[in-house]
Design a protein around this ligand. Structure first.
Ligand code: PA5
Length: 451
């Protein structure tokens, strides 16, 4: 079985091993709180057993749907935001080739993850002349960004295909009974999938929220779920914390945070993992950033960002630590050859693989950052396969639950995300919010400082 390991050699200038074992003493209690559902936010712990709860029959059914979508579409438009978007985007970007020849297989695009009119206009133009299926995803069924995008895209689908075929080509993933999307989907006879009540958005990648688009992309969700199952066995079921990289990761973060390392940078050397980091940012930011506490999750794609953010990381304010994702086997062998004139002076690398060069860049960076006062750890990911990505999802989910409880917050709520919505609805003049509308308009009109 391919294992994810955590190398924490490079934290030793900042963290004593005795401090780490001290922190790990609380693990057994925290583990029991998660498993026995006795901690804060215990009504949102459905993700803990999710990989075991998904039946093989459900997986087969979703894979069959994915196949059908691929057969009858050139384009799948996935509408959703936050937890209803990032997991699928992360897996698809990581696992599909970075470039495709046009016309080669289905293309998966996303909508409803912003309110940008320019983005939507381009997307609608891109949909022209293609066979389109839509998967609209919203647990609440009322989130403004996907609701606005869906209103416009649904109109487009009905104009193109007619009501019956247009609705047949729309799959709605939402609550089992509540919300505007559920009502509309039922009324218009759309195929629906349910997001379990006890699974929050950012933990929902292993529900139909993530599985339907990932399967439609042609990725094996069987392997993805198997990776998560084995991840659950290795992190959730492993009581011996010294053998549990996910728990050790959580403990080290908390020690570093207490020492003023308030920003964590998740860095990769494989740009296709960019959205895995975006997914991770939501998972960790939304779970821990509350009660005026929490590590700020940031991310870098290396070596690209070493030429932009590298200076800051090496010598800027020392309030950061870093977690690298090191892909042990890229699965690609590109050999460097010899050139007669050697104008670029690269002949000394003759016979080496690009993977070797990339690995030395990673090792050199981790060491330089340690020397520069940036403690760092490395998550060794065996490869970029559906299995390993599924396992990585569970690694981070288990890690954030442990880390959030170590920090003393409820890792499963997100009260803060409502504030901008309240203001936005008031500014939009939503019926029923007349008082709030007047108050915020007056507030924004006063005390202007514009140069
Ligand atoms: O983690 C969360 O709860 C959020 O990011 C939600 O997933 C996001 O706001 C989308 O919500 P919904 O699925 O209800 O449209």
């Amino acid at each position: 079985m391919k294992k994810i390991t955590l190398d924490y050699t490079n934290i030793q200038d900042a963290v004593l091993l005795s401090e780490l074992s001290g922190k790990l003493e609380s693990y057994s209690e925290i583990r029991n709180m998660i498993i026995n559902k006795t901690g804060k936010g215990n009504d949102f712990l459905g993700w803990v057993d999710l990989p075991d709860r998904i039946s093989d029959q459900e997986i087969e059914e979703i894979e069959a749907l994915g196949k059908r979508i691929r057969e009858e579409s050139d384009l799948l438009v996935v509408i959703g935001i936050g937890g209803s978007y990032l997991g699928a985007k992360a897996a698809i970007d990581a696992l599909l080739p970075a470039f495709k020849k046009s016309g080669e297989g289905i293309e998966i695009v996303f909508a409803g993850q912003s309110l940008s009119p320019r983005y939507l206009k381009s997307l609608l133009a891109h949909m022209e002349g293609r066979r389109v299926t839509v998967n609209v995803i919203s647990k609440s069924g009322t989130t403004t960004e996907p609701a606005v995008a869906f209103r416009i895209i649904r109109e487009w689908m009905i104009a193109k295909y007619g009501k019956e075929e247009g609705c047949r080509r729309i799959i709605a993933t939402t609550d089992s009974s509540k919300g505007a999307l559920r009502t509309l989907a039922d009324e218009e006879g759309m195929k629906t999938y349910v997001i379990p009540d006890d699974v929050g958005g950012r933990f929902s990648v292993l529900t139909p929220v993530g599985l339907v688009p990932i399967a439609a992309a042609g990725i094996s969700i069987k392997d993805l779920v198997q990776g998560a199952r084995d991840g659950a066995a290795q992190y959730r079921d492993e009581a011996d914390v010294t053998k549990n990289p996910s728990a050790v990761y959580a403990a080290i973060r908390n020690i570093l945070y207490k020492k003023g390392k308030t920003t964590e940078i998740l860095s990769n050397f494989e740009p296709q993992l960019h959205y895995v980091a975006e997914w991770w940012k939501q998972l960790y930011g939304e779970s821990e950033g509350k009660e005026n506490k929490g590590i700020f999750p940031a991310s870098c794609d290396f070596t690209t960002d070493l030429h932009s953010m590298g200076q800051w990381i090496q010598e800027g304010l020392r309030n950061i630590f870093e977690t690298f994702i090191n892909v042990e086997d890229s699965g690609v062998k590109i050999l460097l050859g010899r050139e007669e004139k050697d104008l670029d002076k690269l002949n000394y690398l003759e016979g080496e693989t690009l993977e070797f060069v990339n690995r030395q860049a990673f090792l050199g960076t981790a060491s330089a950052h340690r020397d520069g006062g940036v403690p760092n750890m490395t998550i060794n990911l065996p490869d970029i396969s559906a299995y390993s990505i599924g396992k990585l999802f569970y690694f981070f989910e288990w890690g954030v639950a442990v880390s959030g409880y170590m920090l003393g917050v409820n890792p499963f709520d997100q009260p803060g995300v409502e504030s901008y919505k309240k203001n936005m609805f008031a500014l939009l003049g939503k019926p029923g919010l007349e008082k709030e509308t007047q108050a915020i308009r007056e507030k924004l009109a006063g005390n202007k400082l514009i140069v």
